[in-house]
Design a protein around this ligand. Structure first.
Ligand code: ZN
Ligand code: ZN
Length: 311
């Protein structure tokens, strides 16, 4: 398997001179099996660039199916969807897999962002057929040669991570999540930190243990490290993690490589360089290869035997 980052930023896009090296687009990762099957992870503004590439690859007269797995439906993970070029090609099917959140039906949530007040083309009016599948933490499913395991995360209104196994290798996508210490995020808005009850602490403990177990021996883990530890102390109720927490989890799980991801909009290129250097060294001590996600960066998991293109 191999993957390419199309958006590495959290919260909102920040194009410009300060982010030109790491990139300003929000969350989107392209995952490919050795024979070229594509699985899209999250649909932030990075999805636009990936959609253009996929549309150029589109040649089959009998149509194509595109599978997107979403961590959750916060803006920075869905905002690229209306600009996904394959949606405007006839005879294509777009299957969106996501946890249920905020509204009863996923179609209602995704359809909501293309309501006429917000966007000129209604979801039902685009040439592609959309299908929506709900994912449930702990219930693995298959998409082509990918085995996908959703993992429950600690984020306001919920989010899921994914472990994906294919071609004898594995990767995982863990975004968005807070660490499992200061508070348990639930299905309601929190204006500040809510001290966890004893019951909450037990849930956090179980959630953390389950995450570590799900990441066991994974080759490459992409992890929400939005905050520095100082920033996290100020905003523990925002639902994001730090490189220190990500490294701890990956070390416990015996992960080979950790990729820092979902960068805060305010973290410019120079700051990302400093983070890369610091956690590269700390990773060596912890026996985990650590790098920082950059737009257009491609990583390989395991041996890629026959990289090809399949629409
Ligand atoms: Zn996010
Ligand atoms: Zn979020």
């Amino acid at each position: 398997m191999y993957l390419t980052f199309w958006g590495v930023r959290g919260s909102y896009p920040v194009p410009g001179a300060a982010t030109v090296r790491y990139g300003g687009h929000t969350s989107c990762v392209e995952l490919r099996s050795d024979r070229g099957k594509c699985l899209v992870i999250d649909a932030g503004t990075g999805l636009r660039g990936l959609g253009k590439k996929l549309a150029q690859e589109f040649r089959k007269p009998d149509g194509a199916t595109y599978n997107l797995i979403l961590s959750h439906v916060h803006w920075d993970h869905i905002q690229g969807l209306p600009f996904f070029e394959p949606a405007y090609i006839g005879d294509t099917k777009i299957v969106v897999h996501a946890p249920r959140a905020a509204a009863k039906e996923l179609r209602q949530v995704i359809g909501g962002i293309t309501r006429h007040e917000f966007f000129p083309v209604d979801l039902d009016a685009v040439p592609a057929d959309f299908e929506f599948h709900e994912v449930v933490p702990g219930s693995a499913f298959e998409i082509d040669e990918f085995t996908v395991l959703p993992i429950g995360l600690n984020h306001p209104f919920g989010a899921v991570g994914y472990r994906v196994d294919a071609d004898g290798s594995s990767m995982a996508y863990v975004s968005d999540t807070a660490p499992f210490d200061r508070m348990l995020h639930k299905q309601h808005f929190t204006a500040g930190i809510e001290e966890p009850s004893d019951e909450d602490r037990e849930i956090l403990k179980t959630m953390r243990a389950n995450l570590v177990e799900s990441l066991r021996e994974v080759d490459t883990v992409i992890y929400d490290t939005h905050f520095t530890s100082e920033e996290y102390e100020q905003f523990p109720h925002w639902g994001h993690s730090t490189p220190e927490h990500a490294l701890q989890i990956c070390q416990e799980a015996g992960v080979r490589q950790l990729v820092l991801y979902h960068h805060a909009p305010a973290h410019d290129d120079d700051m990302m360089d400093r983070i890369a250097e610091k956690f590269g060294l700390l990773g060596k001590e912890a026996n985990v290869v650590v790098c920082v996600a950059k737009e257009k960066m491609t990583l390989t998991m395991g041996e890629v035997t026959n990289p090809g293109i399949v629409a």
